[in-house]
Design a protein around this ligand. Structure first.
Ligand SMILES: [Fe+2]
Length: 298
């Protein structure tokens, strides 16, 4: 196991971690006061005040109605504290762009997790006021949450409605059409029963697997640092490699003309038919190793 994963997952080893990761099993590790100090002692994380003072970008404030990321406004450091004091959670996105230390953690964790270069990997800081948190939802991404200050109660439950979601969903909100296309079962109207709860204190590290239902509530003002990974699916990976390969051919690079014009539709189909026939001839020679290399080779 790589250096960074070892530190963040101690005392779990990689085999133990992967056995949980592969079945989307959340877990928590409570680190001692001296562990992960290089993250926990980052100057920007010293307090909400110091974070607001040093933060150079916009901040998302979550409106209290839905208690969810989908209902947020953009604000500045100047106004954020007022909103926070009025019970709104604050989200500081892409913190890695403002901290070389966090960037090196994000890059290293992504690689050590074995995730593709196509992964959208980032670090997010959440400030949550006392008694507030997020409504039940799941994300399409993988999260490692490190509690920095305060206490936050997390409740999680397995997702029986959708396997391997590619879009997030919040209970009570409209369902994304993409999710509708592959629902296993109806979406619940409240947090499902089979929950597991964890209390995160400073130094606690929670693994939130892709697609698992979760809701949170802060006890006292809380600050948490997330490492968030949105990795490509096999479809994403393959399509990306396929695009590179097809685009070496000027015919595949042609504009897809005429497809929405009834008069020219026949010509368009003939053209695509020709291209598809070429693809079918080529497909038997594709090797998984070449597809992965096309994406992952440095
Ligand atoms: Fe979430």
């Amino acid at each position: 196991m790589g250096h960074y994963l070892t530190k963040i997952l101690h005392p779990l080893d990689i085999t133990e971690f992967l056995s949980l990761y592969e079945i989307n099993q959340p877990f928590v590790i409570h680190h001692g006061p001296d562990e992960l100090s290089e993250l926990r002692n980052l100057p920007m994380l010293e307090s909400l005040d110091s974070l607001l003072k040093s933060w150079p970008a916009v901040i998302s404030a979550h409106l209290p109605d839905v208690r969810d990321e989908i209902s947020s406004v953009e604000t500045t450091s100047k106004d954020a504290l007022k909103l926070f004091k009025n019970g709104m959670g604050l989200l500081f996105n892409n913190a890695n762009l403002h901290s070389p230390k966090l960037q090196s953690w994000v890059d290293a964790l992504r690689k050590e997790l074995g995730l593709s270069r196509l992964t959208h990997a980032r670090s997010i800081i959440y400030a949550t006021p006392d008694g507030k948190g997020t409504a039940p939802h799941f994300d399409q991404n993988i999260n490692l949450v490190l509690q920095i200050h305060g206490t936050k109660k997390w409740t999680l439950a397995p997702n029986r409605s959708v396997i391997n979601p590619t879009v997030r969903h919040t209970i009570g909100q409209p369902i994304d059409p993409e999710l509708m296309g592959y629902l296993e079962d109806e979406m619940p109207t409240e947090m499902p029963d089979e929950t597991v709860s964890f209390e995160l204190k400073p130094g606690s590290l929670l693994f939130v697997p892709r697609g698992v239902w979760h809701q949170t509530e802060a006890e006292g003002d809380a600050l948490a640092l997330n490492f968030t990974f949105s990795p490509p699916t096999w479809t994403d990976l393959f399509l990306s490699a396929l695009r590179s390969r097809l685009h070496t051919d000027p015919h595949w690079r042609e504009t897809a003309n005429g497809v929405s014009d009834f008069e020219r539709r026949f010509e368009a189909e003939k053209k695509l038919e020709l291209l598809l026939n070429g693809l079918i001839q080529d497909a038997p020679y594709w090797q998984a190793g070449d597809v992965i290399d096309a994406i992952e080779e440095e």
